[in-house]
Write a protein that binds this ligand. Structure first.
Ligand code: ADP
Length: 197
């Protein structure tokens, strides 16, 4: 989907292999590494990333849920890694959706500040943190769409899904995403997708 000048795209793959200015890590607030995406990024990127995370931790303390910090990318093909902390799923009534959106939004803001034109996200919170992917996907894509609508920073915001099942949840959410008026055929306005939203 094209929003303003930004393409929102989906891909099946491993985030550590992505060619993008920024890849995003589904970190935890300790910034000390963990399993899943976090473990894969530190393993493939080498020790420089963890050293920078430790320095940030020393300076600023832990990274609160919904916020993001940035390091270089060590041996990875990306230029930077943005480390963001998604919420742990607790049933949906503990502000999880706002925190998940904040994790995406703050990652995009930070990457844009560093001049990134391309950014690749994994599906934050939907692994060890237990966020149901059918609920998380529209939040992830909605945050990207809204950011792209507001700021022309990115040429591409890519979501890199680790399984066919995850990819199909994101495909469904992308299909249901309400297009902005400029993306709709002339004259149809907001009726372009009456069932979405
Ligand atoms: P969280 O703790 O935020 O839930 P996880 O790393 O446990 O983060 O998982 C987030 C999502 O990323 C899950 O859907 C998981 O299947 C997926 N994932 C795990 N490893 C990778 C990888 N190397 N590249 C892309 N996605 C991955």
């Amino acid at each position: 989907m094209l929003v303003g000048t930004t393409y929102l795209t989906l891909a099946l793959g491993n985030i550590v292999q992505e060619m993008a200015d920024v890849i995003v890590n589904a970190a935890n607030s300790s910034l000390l590494g963990g399993g899943g995406v976090d473990g894969a990024i530190h393993r493939a990127g080498g020790p420089a990333i963890l050293e920078e995370c430790l320095a940030i931790r020393h300076r600023l303390g832990c990274c609160p849920t919904g916020e993001a910090v940035i390091t270089t990318a060590g041996r990875l093909p990306a230029r930077y890694v943005v480390h963001t902390v998604g919420p742990v799923w607790q049933g949906g009534r503990s502000g999880e959706s706002e925190l998940l959106r904040a994790a995406y939004w703050n990652s995009l803001t930070l990457a844009a500040e560093y001049g990134a034109a391309t950014i690749a996200f994994p599906s934050i919170s939907t692994g060890a943190y237990g966020y149901p992917i059918e609920k998380a996907a529209p939040i992830a894509l909605g945050a990207a769409r809204d950011f792209a609508q507001e700021y022309p920073s990115f040429r591409e915001i890519r979501f890199v899904l680790f399984s066919e099942r995850d990819l199909s949840a994101y495909r469904q959410a992308l299909g249901a995403l309400l297009p902005y008026p400029q993306a709709a055929p002339a004259g149809t306005g907001r009726s372009a997708n009456p069932t979405a939203g």
